[in-house]
Every structure is written in C-alpha cells, then in structure tokens.
Design a protein. Structure first.
Length: 756
C-alpha cells in the first residue's frame, strides 16, 4: 500500500501533462502511486499517459471510452486508488518540489488527520507567480489537528479538491464521490471538510495552479456554468442528511451567495442569453436554502455592500442588482481617487520636495546608512559607519530607521524617519549611500552619488536571478526591479570568493566588487576575554556553563514559525553544564514563542547585536543560516542540524551541498544533535579539521580590518586595499570564556557524525 495515491485526470492538456506527471514522479518522497486518467481526450494525452506507465511501475493508466468530465474522471481514478492518502492534481497543474515530503511530515506531526489543507500559488502564463492571499489562514500555530469548528475561516478559502490531502479510509467511510458537470469540486469539498473529525493545515505552497491564457473552464463562456446551481443543491442535500452539521448552513449559504455573485460578475463565463436564467435560478436557490434568522457562524462576515448584493440576488431584483453593481464600481473608483487626494496629497508633496532637493548640490560630507528594512543600528553598515566617524571625523552620518529603533543609534548619528521630508532630503543630497538590503525604489541616483551594497550574509541558498525557477521561495517576482536596483550600486561588498561569483552571476550589473571581508565581523578580532565575560554576565549565562547559540534560518515557503527543537528535552539530556541561547530569525519577529520557560534557556531573539551573541557563546548550532560563515571567523565549534535538508534544497535551492563540506559535525536528527554534544564530538579534532577547511574557503578576508578597507577605498578614495589582509594562521580572534573541564570522549562516533 503506497503512502499516496495521486490522481491526475487529463483532457486537452497535452502541452502541460508531461510537466504535471514529472512533478509527481520526481518528488523526493517516492512512496506513491500515480493514477493518470485519460478522459477520452482527442489530443495526445492518452499516449503520453501510456508512455509514462510503460516507463514507471508506479503509474497506472486509465482510459475512459467517452469524455465524462473532471468529476467522473476523478471517480475512475478513485476506484483504483490504494494509498493511505488521496491527492488530486489537475493535468495542467504541478506539485511543488518537496511537496509530498512536506505533506507526509505534516501528516505524521498531526496524527494522520482526515483532511490536510495546504497552500498553492497561481502561476500565470506571463511568468508571474502569486501565492494565495488567504495563506495566513494556514498558520500552524495552535493545536496540531482540530475540527472545522475550531478554524471556521478555512471554509472561506478556495473550495477546490487539489489543495488538500484526504485519508482514503475517511473518504470511503463517507462515500465521497464527484458529480458530473462544471464546479464538481463544490459538492466534494464542502462535505469533506464539514464531516471531518480531524483537520490539519500545512503552511507551504504544494501546488502550482496554472492560469492559462486560453482554454480554462473559468475563462470559457458556456451555459454549463449554470451547473454551479445543481452543485450547491447537492451540498445542501448532504446537509439535509446530517442534522449534526446543520449549524453550518448559514456559513455555506453565505459562501454560495458569494460564489453566485462572483460568477455573475464575470463577463467571460455566462453567455448573455443565460444571464437572466442564472439570476432567476440563483434567487430561487438562495431563498430555498436560506437559514433561519440567527447567528451566522464564526466565519468571516461579508461587507455591508456584499450583504446588500446577496439580498438583492436572493429577492430576484435583477435591475436593482445591476444598478448597485454599477454604483459599486463607481464608488471604488471614487474611493481610490479620494485616497490619492487625501493620504496621497502628502506623498505627492514629498515627492515634489524630493525632486526640488535633487536640483541642489550634493553634500560631500554627508553619508546615509540603513540596515534590514529600516531597522536599527546593525550589521555591515553599522561597522562601516563607526569606522567612518573614526577615520573621517569631518563626515556627517545619518541612519534611516523607524522611530522604535532610534535608541540603538550612536549619539553623533542623525535618525531619519522613512518617508519624512528629512529622509527625502538626505536621499537627494547625500554623496554616500550604504545599505545591506535596498533603498526606496523611488530613489533616483544622481551623478556623483556613491551607493554601497554590503549584503548581509554569504549565500548558501539561492538568490537573485537564480530564484526564477523557485516561485515558492521567491520573495518577489519582480526580477526586473531587482536588476534596476543592482544597476544603482557602485560597490558590492563580498566576504569571500564564493560570494563574489554568486552575486555577479545572480545580480549582474556594472558595480565594482570589493572582496574585503565583512565589516560586522571585525568585532570578533577586537573583543577581549573580559568583554566576552561581561557579555555573558549581561545575558544571564551562568559562570562555567557551556553556552550554545541556536540560530536556525527561516523557511521561505512557510509563514508560521517552525518548531525546530524540543528545548526541554535537549537541555534535560545534555545536563546542567549547558545553556541554550535561542535566536528566532528576523522573519518571525513578533510571533509568540511555542516553548516553555526553562532556567537554562535564554531567548535572545530581541538582542540588537548578533555579533555580541556570537562572542558570548561557546558554540553555534544552526541549520542553513549564513551566520555559520561569520561564526567560523571566531574559530569556535559549529554544529549543523540538517533535519530537513532535502525539503529545504528542493524548495529554496542551494549553491553547494553543505553536507559535503560542513564547518563541523552534522546532525540529521535531534538524537544525533544531543549525541554530538554529549560525547564531546562538537569540539573534537574532526570538528576542528572541518572548521579549518571551512574557514580557509569562506573566511579568507575576515581579519578584523574589513571596515577600514571599505572606508579608505570608498570614502577616502584610496585605490589600494589598506591594510593588507592578515594571513589566516596569524589571526587571533576573541577568546571564548573559560570552559569547564571536558568530559572524555569515546573512541568511536555515536549516532551523531560528520556527514550524511
């Protein structure tokens, strides 16, 4: 019995079918059967399916004698399914890389629910990829599995069959099947969700939903769109047989009204001759199934205008409905204009102010800095700003940050609030602009202005143009905008040769790369032992304790914060000698921690300086965070916790296999991670050898003088890098705190190790 039965119906999708089938068969999780159903397609779909069945024993080819439509085609696949869970995929859509592994992991974590709901992204024929705007409803915070009554907002998501996995035993017990006709998902999905005893969610894009330019049912004018009326009749017939689900009638009725109004408003679907009939039949249906007056359930309520539209359709007042729709469109247009006149008036004046300021001379003594999207004083820009004030005291510096971060700035640096008049003045007249992300897209770089892009990490994961084929992990699809931003850079700071090659390929432009090391890491060579001890005391690390900094990176393909470690269990197994400093990634700032308080667990997520945390710790545990490259400068132990490497690699993509050249021991599981520390392998000779090799490759320029080299080259105009690079063997990074006497290590490895 396979874990998954993936059912793919095919009709007139020969141009996309191979990509769809490949997306299933190439999944990193191979325990599946693929049931491909040729719905008597007149094109090559049938032969394509047969070719795949001949090549791969996991593929079952089903050929229907006559074209029956999506619903019956899925039923034909359903009849042959033997997997634990059923997954439906249309023949022109694709599974995202790593989707089935993520699904099976989530199913295990949530106790094998009846239904698992996951996310999707629309992939347009233009190349644009857009994630579902309601993805926030798939947050994994809270109970692992639940009933729909605990998360009623799920009923407001797209009611399709292909964004869910269904336990086959549950489907068979409920007797779920698909009806014929258009909108066949409707009488399947509502009963499947409403009757489920356990539902779970997966906050991850698992399906790429193709938005075809032509040929889609949703863009085809046909009387068959009236089938939606019969499909909702089936939904309410189901509710009529299940008295215990009667409380859902108001919510389903509201969703039906929303669906009818949306279909009626789309001129591409209903032919003109069928619009009056649709409105009249929809009105009858809305009246027939109108729930008794009372609480409408806890699902999101419609706006006042939408309630009026629903009422007019229910009453069958078509002319009034048309007048309201026209007025609504006019009001939306007027509302947009009012917004421009009101809130936009200030913005218009500020842009005018900016244009005027650009006509005035540049200020050669003014340098503007920013970091992390208007955050506080941090990272490479902060190190450069401090060194600039030291070497060129005549310079005036300003820092762009939100008001809540202004307290982090040095007293001699001016705070600039984003969007203010002073902000636009500084962007227009400063000679030097330095950031580790990007400046405002409205910035028009003037002749004579110098823009320094420092970046904020050595890229292990793919970046820039190398993300064009990774829509689930891409922060933006505006690659042209990324290149326009790169075209404004005069200098790009690089920490090592690997970074240089990656950035010049991923964001090609005419900037000059400064292979000088990262200024933020200079602190690792300046700090003294007494300063390290002071930092530890300030953080609350007990004297003699081994402090492990745990800093995982984020997962681009999910919005809720993942739970990486069972802190209580790890601390219990490691014993009283160890303290954990846990730092949540910036992406999850403001989310509520899911762990219980522990005397040896210190949450340092809000600490303003990650460099100080590195100095205070004795070892780093991370997964794929670029912090490992910086930490290696300290020449202190690093342990990689790579429990989901395959999924991460499939979703985000990486430039090299970290498992082949790690900076220290590699743990595949939490057990192995504990074992690495318990046996002493984290600081053993093999760990030191791996770290030395890693430092030689990625830390060749981080010698404590990177900021000075940048200031002298960019701000003082010295062409030759000064000072010269200190050889690796001559460097003396900040010493760690005195460690307790080490316990003897066994002569052999335990379950942990140094690779996969």
């Amino acid at each position: 019995m396979p874990r998954f039965s993936v059912i793919v119906p095919a009709y007139k999708v020969q141009a996309y079918l191979q990509e769809s089938l490949d997306s299933v068969l190439s999944q990193s999780y191979p325990d599946l059967e693929l049931i491909a159903v040729d719905d008597a397609s007149p094109d090559a779909c049938g032969s394509i399916i047969d070719e795949y069945a001949a090549r791969d024993p996991r593929v079952t080819a089903v050929h229907l004698a006559h074209n029956l439509g999506l619903g019956p085609a899925r039923n034909a696949g359903l009849a042959r399914a033997g997997g634990d869970y059923l997954i439906f995929l249309d023949g022109d859509d694709t599974l995202a890389p790593g989707a089935l592994q993520a699904v099976t992991d989530r199913l295990k974590a949530t106790g094998s629910p009846d239904v698992l709901v996951y996310d999707y992204a629309r992939t347009f024929w233009t190349g644009e990829v857009v994630r579902d705007r309601l993805a926030h409803r798939l947050s994994e915070e809270g109970p692992a599995s639940f009933r729909l009554a605990d998360r009623p907002a799920l009923l407001g998501m797209l009611m399709v069959v292909w964004n869910k996995a269904y336990r086959r035993e549950y489907v068979e017990r409920e007797g779920l099947t698909f009806p014929p006709g258009f909108y066949e998902d409707t009488p399947w999905t509502y009963p499947a969700l409403l009757a489920a005893e356990s539902v779970a969610v997966l906050d991850r894009v698992c399906v790429h939903y193709r938005q075809r330019r032509t040929g889609s049912i949703l863009t085809t004018s046909s009387r068959r769109h009236l089938d939606i009326l019969d499909q909702y009749e089936r939904v309410f017939a189901f509710l009529g047989t299940r008295p215990e689900l009667e409380r859902w009638r108001p919510a389903v009725h509201r969703r039906m009204a929303e669906h009818f109004c949306a279909l009626y408003a789309d001129p591409r679907r209903l032919p003109r001759a069928g619009r009056a009939e649709f409105f009249a039949r929809a009105s009858t249906l809305l009246r027939r199934h109108r729930p008794p007056v009372g609480p409408a359930g806890r699902s999101p309520s419609p706006t006042r205008t939408d309630r009026l539209r629903h009422t007019l359709m229910r009453l069958g007042v078509r002319r009034a409905y048309r007048v309201l729709s026209t007025a609504r469109r006019a009001a939306l247009a007027a509302g947009g204009g009012a917004l421009v006149l009101g809130r936009g008036l200030r913005e218009t004046l500020l842009r005018l102010h900016y244009r005027i300021q650009r006509l005035l001379p540049l200020r050669p003594e003014l340098a503007v800095f920013s970091a992390y999207w208007h955050g506080g004083y941090a990272c490479n820009p902060a190190a450069i700003e401090a060194k600039l004030r030291e070497l060129a005291p005549r310079m005036r510096t300003a820092w762009i940050c939100e008001p809540e971060h202004a307290a982090t700035l040095p007293a001699t640096t001016t705070a600039l609030r984003p969007g203010s008049a002073a902000y636009w003045t500084a962007l227009a007249r400063a000679t030097y602009l330095t950031t580790n992300v990007n400046f405002d897209r409205a910035l028009v770089k003037r002749p004579g202005q110098i823009l320094v892009q420092t970046q904020h990490g050595t890229p292990l994961k793919r970046v820039g143009l190398d993300l064009q084929d990774r829509p689930a992990a891409t922060p933006t699809t505006d690659f042209a905008g990324l290149l326009r931003g790169a075209d404004q850079w005069d200098y790009l700071l690089s920490a090592n040769r690997h970074s240089t090659l990656v950035w010049e390929r991923a964001l090609p432009s005419s900037y000059t790369t400064l292979e000088y090391g990262y200024p933020r890491n200079d602190a690792f060579h300046r700090a003294t032992r007494s300063e390290v001890l002071e930092l530890r005391e300030r953080l609350g690390i007990a004297p003699g304790s081994t402090a492990i900094l745990y800093a995982p990176t984020h997962r681009d393909y999910r919005r809720s914060r993942p739970d990486h470690l069972d802190f209580e269990r790890v601390l219990r197994d490691l014993g009283p000698r160890f303290t954990l400093l846990t730092r949540t990634h910036l992406t999850y700032a403001g989310t509520t921690p899911t762990w219980e308080p522990h005397p040896r667990l210190i949450d340092v997520s809000a600490h303003p300086s990650v460099e100080e945390l590195c100095l205070a710790s004795d070892a780093l545990v991370t997964d794929y965070s670029s912090l490992m490259f910086d930490y290696a400068t300290l020449d202190r132990p690093i342990v990689i916790h790579a429990d989901d490497w395959e999924a991460y690699e499939a979703a985000r993509g990486t430039y090299f296999d970290l498992r082949a050249c790690p900076p220290g021991a590699v743990a595949r599981t939490e057990d192995e991670l504990v074992d690495i520390f318990a046996t002493g392998h984290w600081q053993g000779s093999r760990s030191a050898q791996l770290r030395a090799s890693f430092r030689a490759r990625f830390c060749s320029y981080d010698d404590g003088h990177a900021a000075e080299r940048v200031v002298r080259r960019v701000f003082l105009g010295q062409a030759v890098p000064v000072p010269a690079i200190v050889p690796l063997e001559e460097r003396r990074p900040a010493p760690a705190a005195p460690a307790p006497a080490p316990e003897p290590s066994p002569a052999h490895l335990g379950s942990g190790g140094f690779g996969f």
